[in-house]
Write a protein that binds this ligand. Structure first.
Ligand code: CP
Ligand code: NVA
Length: 304
């Protein structure tokens, strides 16, 4: 039976921790130039319905390091759900490739892709979630803190796809997760209900960023208008300005708190230069870890 990775909840707690053990091994190997061609002769089709830098480059380079090959399919190539039905492209790509990675608008298209592909499907972001991102995020927190005990994460900004993946993670790993967003920009009710049902984390939705960051180990932010929401940019700018991660907000946080952002950042909108380039920021370790964590996911799903 093939396995997919389209949401963090596709993995158990043990599987998540095993992914991180493998990530550490693969990261050591690449740093020490030790060959680890565990996917020799395999290929990954990468469908992008939206732009990308990190996701494309980290998957493509990761597949190369694993001895395989990745193919980039641009927004003009496939036309998911428009030029061709999702289930047809899933079946066709399964005949050529050993795996499919996709960045799509609609999450239901991702589910349809996984249902119809006969090879593993990995989610590289949808309007609903961004599981590879948050796997790399929590791995980065683990590297910096040494453990995930008594972790408080304050996500300051939009209740968007990245926030939903954090909430999915809170259904698998215990944490105190606080989202501070303007009213009306809440995360997915399904993700919240699922995490509440799992019952292992404390989850709060607040509207006061200073209160949210108090005692937080991690302050996380992301753009105010995600890809596909460009038309709402002006209105969002007004609603989100009080939620900017800046020096003033940092004065309410712990001295050793970590600052994270999935990137790309809109500098001096959701986060100021001073904070992004400052001593608390671990955003480039976070970006690097996308590749190491995704390589572990690829090996787990595709190694024969
Ligand atoms: N963080 C992230 O997914 O970046 P890209 O959109 O550049 O892939
Ligand atoms: N929330 C952002 C994340 C980009 C990696 C977006 O969807 O555009």
């Amino acid at each position: 039976m093939k396995k997919d990775f389209i949401a963090i909840t596709d993995m158990s707690r043990d599987e998540i921790m095993k992914t991180f053990e493998l990530t550490k091994v693969l990261k050591e190997e690449v740093k020490n130039n030790i060959p680890h061609k565990r996917l020799e002769g395999q290929s990954l089709a990468m469908i992008f319905a939206k732009p990308s830098a990190r996701t494309r480059v980290s998957f493509e380079t990761g597949m190369f390091q694993l001895g395989g090959h990745a193919l980039y399919l641009s927004p003009n190539d496939i036309g998911i759900g428009k030029r061709e039905a999702v289930k047809d492209i899933a079946r066709v790509l399964s005949r050529y490739n050993s795996g499919i990675m996709a960045r799509l608008f609609e999450h239901k298209h991702m589910e349809e892709m996984a249902e119809n592909a006969t090879v593993p499907v990995i989610n590289g972001l949808t309007d609903y979630n961004h599981p590879c991102q948050v796997m790399a995020d929590i791995f980065t927190v683990l590297e910096h803190r040494g453990n995930l005990n008594d972790l408080k994460v304050a996500f300051v900004g939009d209740g968007n796809n990245v926030a939903n993946s954090w909430i999915n993670l809170a259904a698998r790993l215990p944490m105190h997760f606080v989202l501070a967003s303007p009213s009306g920009y809440d995360p997915s009710p399904e993700a919240l209900a699922n995490a509440e049902e799992a019952g292992i984390s404390e989850i709060e939705i607040l509207h006061d960023p200073a209160e949210a960051v108090k005692d937080a180990d991690v302050i996380y932010t992301d753009v105010w208008a995600s890809m596909g929401q460009e038309k709402e940019k002006e209105e969002r700018m007004k609603a989100f300005m009080p939620f900017q991660v800046n020096t003033d907000l940092m004065s309410h946080a712990k001295n050793d708190c970590l600052v994270m952002h999935c990137l790309p950042a809109h500098r001096n909108e959701e986060i100021t230069d001073e904070v992004l380039d400052g001593p608390h920021s671990i955003v480039f370790d976070e970006a690097e870890n996308r590749m190491h964590v995704q390589k572990a996911i690829l090996v787990q799903l595709m190694e024969s």
